[in-house]
Design a binder for this molecule. Structure first.
Ligand SMILES: Nc1nc2c(c(=O)[nH]1)N(C=O)[C@@H](CNc1ccc(C(=O)N[C@@H](CCC(=O)O)C(=O)O)cc1)CN2
Ligand SMILES: Nc1ncnc2c1ncn2[C@@H]1O[C@H](COP(=O)(O)OP(=O)(O)OP(=O)(O)O)[C@@H](O)[C@H]1O
Length: 195
């Protein structure tokens, strides 16, 4: 293992432990209010969320609210080393095993998200992000960004912040990070239009 990979593994392990300690319904609820405030201006746009696994912070209440206005989707793993695909999700829709401990919608309607609520293990104040180490979101954001304007919103407990993450060329930065403590904006992510 090279030094960077080793440093990433150590940062991931430490943040995992902090995330586990932070996980609580009070913090989930506090963060939902901040997340809703940031995504509401994008109502009607294609939005991706995720169904929480392990001790991830839960964005489902926000996804359910946004589904009243526009398409909401969740990530689906196609294969190792490939970008994620996103399939339409609706509150209460039938889910099936998607591998890697995930559940995915039984009906596979592909959506290309413009705004993404991105799960993570660790973040830093500059928008750096570490996930589970598959490079899935990195490849996905790279592809989506090459195709146009997308907004990537990291969602995490404040305790998942790291002082400065070991990052590499392929790591895609976040445009904002929402936590139970508030909103960190890396760029102006106001909508082009709300019409
Ligand atoms: N809620 C949620 N859904 C998601 C993601 C996510 O981060 N959160 N993903 C974001 O990409 C994808 C799932 N990615 C995952 C990648 C690795 C592992 C995982 O458990 N890895 C093992 C090693 C597995 C192996 O290599 O065989 C591990 O970390 O111990 C889980 C999910 C799609 N859906
Ligand atoms: N766009 C890309 N093209 C090729 N390789 C990539 C790309 N993005 C990431 N990788 C590779 O994938 C591997 C895992 O990346 P990394 O450790 O950054 O994952 P992660 O950000 O923690 O995971 P994820 O994005 O799935 O949440 C690394 O070896 C990285 O170099």
């Amino acid at each position: 293992m090279d030094d960077l990979t080793q440093a990433k593994a150590a940062a991931r392990k430490a943040a995992f432990a902090r995330r586990k300690d932070a996980k609580s319904s009070d913090k989930d609820a506090a963060a939902v209010a901040h997340l809703l405030e940031v995504v509401l201006p994008y109502k009607g746009r294609a939005l991706s969320g995720y169904l929480p696994i392990r001790t991830e912070i839960d964005p489902v209440p926000v996804m359910a609210a946004m589904a009243a206005w526009g398409p909401v989707c969740v990530p689906v793993i196609k294969a190792k080393g490939q970008p994620l695909e996103f399939h339409r999700w609706e509150p209460g829709c039938k889910m099936v095993d998607g591998g890697f401990g995930t559940f995915v919608p039984a009906s596979a309607e592909v959506i290309v998200p413009e705004v993404l609520i991105v799960p993570l293990v660790a973040f830093d104040r500059k928008g750096g992000r570490l996930g589970y180490g598959g490079g899935f979101y990195d490849r996905t954001l790279e592809g989506l960004r090459a195709g146009g304007n997308v907004t990537a919103i990291g969602y995490a407990f404040a305790a998942q912040e790291a002082k400065g993450l070991p990052l590499e060329q392929t790591d895609q930065p976040l445009d904002a990070i929402i936590t139970d403590e508030g909103v960190l904006r890396m760029k102006n992510i106001q909508p082009r239009s709300c019409a």
